[in-house]
Design a protein around this ligand. Structure first.
Ligand SMILES: [Zn+2]
Length: 228
């Protein structure tokens, strides 16, 4: 079903019980109320939301109950009664869903999280729960792409050279999605089970908020993931 205010990504996962949602710019997802509103409207229990306070860290958690989590950029659950949530505006929303068991998670991966190893931390946390990485379907959702993600000399050394394109005048473009895919596969996930969407949040100004385009006033898109 097509909806004007959000997209349903559930069909990207072979686990039939999972629902994966991503809000568009047209949905006012501001604050706790906005996030709960999106959950209600998309069929989730809004009292079951796990809500991380994101800080561009590499912290990944498996919280045991719903509510706010401080200083965390990825939340996972093995409880089908809980619903993971994150917010993004250019950074990658990465959805992880075990194909058979009730284990799922959402990670906010910006360039800092990526170069500091948030995807490696995700893999470690999953393995600590005794789950095999090869059983996960992964979706890298709408995010800023190589056409628009430019960085300068001061941070370029932090990136794997294989994903850098030099533009001249001390400017570089980075393919964050390819870097993320590379890291996921290196850490043990299966490339054939990873889907990367090519929509650029900066280019698609009608559809998505973009921090790089709109600056500090930019709104956010919300990702939701849970059993439904
Ligand atoms: Zn673009």
């Amino acid at each position: 079903m097509i909806h004007k205010d959000w997209v349903d990504f559930s069909h990207h996962f072979s686990n039939q019980n999972i629902k994966a949602i991503f809000s568009y710019k047209s949905f006012n997802a501001d604050g706790l109320e906005g996030r709960k509103d999106l959950a209600d409207q998309t069929g989730f229990n809004s009292d079951s939301l796990i809500i991380p306070k994101q800080t561009h860290s590499t912290n990944i958690l498996f919280p045991m109950e719903a509510g706010r989590i401080l200083d965390t950029d990825g939340v996972f659950s093995s409880d089908p009664n809980l619903v993971c949530s994150i917010q993004v505006a250019d950074c990658m929303p990465v959805y992880f869903v075990h194909q058979l068991d009730s284990v799922f998670g959402l990670v906010h991966a910006g360039w800092r999280g990526l170069v500091n190893g948030i995807l490696l931390q995700s893999a470690k946390q999953i393995e600590e729960k005794g789950k095999s990485l090869s059983n996960f379907d992964i979706l890298i959702g709408p995010s800023i792409q190589k056409c628009c993600f430019e960085v300068s000399d001061d941070v370029i050394n932090q990136f794997d050279p294989n994903f850098i394109e030099e533009k001249g005048a001390g400017k570089y473009r980075i393919d964050l999605q390819k870097l993320a895919l590379h890291q996921l596969v290196q850490n043990g996930f299966k490339s054939e089970k990873i889907t990367t969407l090519t929509e650029c949040t900066y280019c698609e100004a009608e559809k998505y908020h973009s921090y790089r385009r709109n600056g500090k006033k930019a709104g956010r898109m919300i990702g939701l993931l849970g059993y439904c």
